[in-house]
Design a protein around this ligand. Sequence first.
Ligand SMILES: [Zn+2]
Length: 173
Amino acid sequence: MSKKQVTSQIEIKQIEAGENDDWQAFRQVEIITLELTQQYKHSLGKYSRFFIELERGHFFGTRCPQCEKVYTPPRPLCPDCMCITEWHELAGTGTVETFSVMHFTSEINADVSHLATPVILAYVLLDGSSTLFPHVLKTKPENVQIGLRVQVTYSESPVQHPIHLMYFLPMEG
Ligand SMILES: [Zn+2]
C-alpha cells in the first residue's frame, strides 16, 4: 500500500467570458491546491541569551562599555564605537514613545494569529535603555497614549517564537 505524501485537491475553474470570446478554451484553468508543512532550523546566535533570560523571567539588553549606551533589543556590537557589548539586566518598565493600531494579524504566525484585533504594536523606551523596543502591548486602543507607562510581562503559555515569551501590559496603579 502506498502512502500519500501530498493531499491534492483539483478544481477546474472557468473564468467568465463573453459569448464570442476566442480565448474561452484558454481561460479554463485547472487549480491544484497544495498544503505543505516545512520545518526550519534557525540559530539565534549571539541573541540566544536574550531569549533564555526571557524564559527565566528576566529582561536583558546589552550595554556598550565605552559610550554606555544600552541596546534593547540587544546588539552584540555598539554601532557607534564598534565595541563588543556586555549583557545588562533592566527592570522591564518603560514608556510608550509611539504606537500603531493593527486591524489584521499574521495568519501564519501562531503567536499573534489568535490575538483579538485590533492589536497594539508599541514602541517602548525601557527605563535605562537608549533605544526603542517594538512589541505587542496587550490593551485596548482607547487605553493607549504616548507616555503610557508599561511593563514587560512574561507569557504563561507555550509560544512558537521565543520573542513572544514576553509582551507589554500597562502598569497598574
Ligand atoms: Zn558605544
